[in-house]
Design a binder for this molecule. Sequence first.
Ligand code: SF4
Length: 417
Amino acid sequence: MPERTASLSLPQRPDATPQTARRIIGKGRVEGAQGARSLYIHMPFCAHKCHYCDFYSIVDQQDRQEPFTRRLERELLALAPAAGSLRTIFVGGGTPSMLRVPLWQDVLQTLRMGFDVSQLAEFTVECNPESISSPLVDTLVRGGVTRISMGAQSFNHHHLKTLDRRHDPANVERGLAMVRAAGIRRTNVDLIFAVPGQSMQDWHDDLKRALDLGTEHISAYSLTYEPKTELTARLARGEFSPCDEDLEADMLESTIDVLRSSGFERYEVSNFAKPGEECRHNLAYWRQEEWLAAGPAASAHVRGHRYKNTPRLDDYLAIDDEGFAPIVDHEGPDPKRALTELLMTGVRIREGVDVARVASAAGEIGVDVFDAVKRSANALTRQGLMKADEAKWAPTPKGMSMADHMAVELMRAMEST
Ligand code: SF4
């Protein structure tokens, strides 16, 4: 279960012809800091498909782990010349902890061989409580992993059943104990609230259980009914009622209070961390930095391009363009899109967005764009939603809960010129 990032609802332009990442990445090696400094790897295997999930994953039959690993190694080596000295690596899924230990050893060795990891500040792997094991954790530690993100979602058997999550909550504690015993200090616990039938007390119990585990990072997402998921189909069949909207809003406000009183800061709309324990990899996304991506359905942002690897494992295995993967949803460099993304994610993170970057991106669109957006930022500041100074435009605590509204206002200003 991925530690999610903010999704951008941008129009997708289908490509006229299929292409692979080679055309974007090229084959020349870039030097040092010039290359992308973050790398995302997607491992698609899961034990089963949870009812609420719309991430790309397939039910693991054990037969495709080896071909996937060999293909991933080739892709990583193809991407490596485009990487600078990596700062962050994040392995998500799917369920990365389902990959067999010897295959994990191969992946970790490929990373060490292909990439400069001498300045690696964070290496996160997502694990599920039912598939984490001591041999795996020991392998991850030896391979340089520094952070584990645990897909707990809830500690309540009934709510886990509603979500069709099949792990025993006791295994979250067991898994994190393994992680600590192996010497990994940094952890995240993923939680979901606004589950049908969940009361405020149930949610407080979940938060307390997570805090009692001693984690220093919690991702707390309200349950969303994604199209084409079994949960959405069950809702349509009237099998349950969704959480009341007021209760959902109260749960979010309560989350902020409970976690704040335990020393956590809300540094992104759905992410809370003790000072210095923010997820550096996800911050790279939200700051609109560059990252490379490997594995099926992995999304990249590199040299102004956005694209996604094919979301089908069969295509990923079959199409191998000198190691590069076939891609979908490619969008080339576009100043308007760049500014949109900068503003949309900037209003979701506590640190906000650099005004100089906004000015530079706006300047590429037109002479009046920055002034228009600045007027909007000042209006949001007067409404108490934003704190705009010469260097940063950052959401206030109230504004962070109205990030979508702020994004709409800023977009409207951008479009008005
Ligand atoms: S564990 Fe469940 S929620 Fe997580 S990626 Fe797999 S199917 Fe989706």
